[in-house]
Design a protein around this ligand. Structure first.
Ligand code: FMN
Length: 330
């Protein structure tokens, strides 16, 4: 996720991963025209820690030369799979005919998968959106079959249409139908805000994995909660403790996450960029907090990271009740 799934937030999240669990970690979306010329070790979007596993960079692309060179460099960097973005609806992606634009041309989309697979020694997956309502499902199915025939190893479906962007509810029925209809793994995505949602998505749709975006960014300890539900060991260093559950426990944990994110971002990105990353994080995830807008203001006003720490500590000095669900708008 652009602006979010960078090394600093991944580090904060990983601290909540149950010891015996494994998941995949998508990067921010990376432009295949730019990757060949970047220093992957110092570019904020591709910085990584040597301790990370399961990294799956996501690329935007539609030209074989750029894709081939990007894939080669990303595998050298440590990619365990390559994901192709076919869901991004922003104008910049549409202008270049990638992102969700690829869903308008099934043959070319399949060709993009073929050229990526041809140049990759690791699995290639695709993240896509719904094409319309469940009535237009046959179109989605034939689109996905094309990707499958071109060598895609799995797909992740975010069943909101491009027009919906990220608002409104995600149509989980399409995840269920897709999983039933195809013979390769389907990851479900969209509107997983709580650990109960994650379990419901897995049970009701039968999908092979559930992917949470904004909800997991806001409550990274959802990984720990899910681990408790499924019988995993607690995260390292949290043995003998229970995951936060009540609104007050979750509110306090959000404050700890924010401070950890600022500290980690300072280490990786330096003071200025760290503050920008934290501001963006709060704008996206503060919607689960009462007075989340005030917290956005606190972070916007801070002139230095130390001022930001003081502002955050003050904001969380009293009890804050984090809500379980909110209406997702951005
Ligand atoms: C700030 C932000 C950045 C995102 N960036 C990407 C991206 O780079 N690639 C992608 O496939 N999806 C991206 N998404 C979409 C999410 O991956 C996800 O599909 C969407 O938010 C729905 O899941 P959710 O309801 O759990 O958040 C982004 C979403 C947000 C809010």
């Amino acid at each position: 996720m652009v602006g979010l799934t960078h090394v600093a937030l991944r580090e904060v999240m990983r601290a909540y991963l149950p010891q015996d669990a494994f998941t995949i970690w998508p990067t921010e979306m990376l432009n295949s025209r730019r990757i060949p010329g970047e220093n992957l070790e110092t570019t904020p979007e591709t910085m990584r820690s040597p301790f990370e596993d399961g990294l799956v960079p996501q690329i935007l692309g539609n030209e074989e030369d750029a894709i081939a060179e990007s894939v080669r460099r990303l595998i050298e960097w440590g990619a365990e799979a390559i994901d192709i973005n076919m869901g991004c609806p922003v104008q910049k992606a549409l202008k270049h005919n990638y992102g969700v634009a690829l869903m308008g041309d099934a043959n070319y989309a399949a060709e993009v998968v073929r050229m990526t697979v041809k140049n990759s020694s690791v699995p290639v997956s695709v993240k896509l959106r719904a094409v319309g309502s469940t009535k237009e499902f046959d179109e989605l199915l034939s689109f996905v079959s094309g990707l499958r025939n071109s060598g895609a190893a799995w797909v992740c479906l975010h069943p909101r249409t491009a027009a919906q962007k990220r608002r409104g509810s995600a149509d989980w029925e399409q995840i269920k139908q897709l999983h039933k209809a195809v013979d390769f793994p389907v990851i479900g995505n969209g509107d997983v805000q709580t650990v109960e949602d994650a379990i419901t998505m897995l049970q009701e749709t039968g999908c092979d994995m559930a992917m949470a975006g904004r909800g997991l960014a806001a409550r990274p300890w959802m990984l720990w909660q899910l681990g408790e539900e499924l019988g995993f060991a607690p995260p390292t260093g949290k043995e003998g403790q229970k995951a936060p559950r009540t609104p007050e426990e979750e509110g306090a944990e959000y404050g700890r996450v924010l401070l950890a994110l600022l500290a980690s971002s300072r280490r990786y990105f330096g003071e200025d960029l760290a503050m920008r990353k934290v501001r963006f994080y709060v704008r996206t995830t503060g919607v689960w907090l009462p007075f989340g807008n005030a917290l956005v203001g606190v972070c916007a006003k801070a002139r230095t990271p130390d001022e930001m720490v003081q502002g955050i500590e003050k904001f969380f000095s009293g009890p804050i009740e984090m809500s379980l669900r909110t209406e997702l708008r951005q």
